[in-house]
Design a protein around this ligand. Structure first.
Ligand SMILES: O=C(CO)[C@H](O)[C@H](O)COP(=O)(O)O
Length: 225
């Protein structure tokens, strides 16, 4: 949703040329939160024009419907929010049966204990660091407890030797990447303040991001030692 929505195909090509391998596709229904950047037909076209891995992030009040649509389109992984999903366990199984990777997203204020019973059932957890759907609202800032929440989930995953991927989404800025990675994030959704940061090309931003990730991983090793 932070790419050039009027020139999506060329934006996708530029992202791929910069060396990014996964495209995060934000699907909002305008009701879960008040924005609707990409419709189903656009999502289908994205699948047709790229062979990149597609990571669909469904933010809707009707997850049964939108998750199934994402699977029909051929998304490689599908994330949905626990908030507003009546049958979380069942929907995870629908995704697993399709062969796609399953992922749960948590709004900033949602406690980690909603994961208690389903953590072994997911491939990935997406921690929202802003309120979902408000990426184009400049006043929407990363929540101040982002690092604490990431560290808490990292500790939980490490304590059970879990291989569930810890993704973070929302104002993942070039400056914050080392701290986010050091805290335990391993999958970064790169938007307006990182890959699409103004004043530099996508390729330049990607190179800087690679350095920032390395710094974060080094810091994580130092803390563990
Ligand atoms: O899920 C999202 C919004 O709901 C976006 O993926 C996310 O906000 C990325 O945008 P930015 O990095 O610019 O905040």
């Amino acid at each position: 949703m932070t790419g050039d929505l009027a020139n999506l195909e060329s934006t996708i090509q530029a992202v791929e040329a910069a060396g990014v391998t996964t495209l995060h596709v934000d699907i909002l229904d305008g009701r879960f939160s008040p924005s609707m950047p990409i419709g189903l037909e656009t999502a289908k076209r994205i699948r047709e024009v790229t062979s990149m891995t597609l990571d669909a992030h469904v933010m809707s009040t009707d997850n049964d419907y939108f998750v199934q649509e994402m699977l029909n389109i051929g998304m490689d992984s599908v994330t949905f929010h626990v908030e507003g999903t009546r049958h979380v366990d069942r929907l995870l199984r629908v995704i697993q049966r399709s062969g796609a990777k399953s992922s749960l997203a948590l709004n900033p204020a949602t406690p980690l204990n909603v994961l208690d019973w389903v953590l072994p059932e997911v491939d990935k957890v997406c921690l929202m660091l802003i309120n979902p759907g408000y990426a184009t609202d400049a006043s929407e800032a990363q929540v101040p407890y982002a690092l604490k929440k990431i560290s808490a989930l990292r500790a939980l995953l490490d304590s059970t030797r879990s291989e569930v991927v810890l993704q973070v989404d929302g104002r993942v800025s070039l400056e914050s990447v080392p701290s986010l990675v050091a805290a335990g994030a391993r999958d970064l959704v790169l938007g307006s303040t990182s890959l699409f940061r103004k004043g530099a090309t996508l390729a330049e931003n990607k190179l800087l991001l690679d350095v920032a990730v390395r710094e974060g991983l080094d810091r994580a090793v130092q803390v563990a030692a």
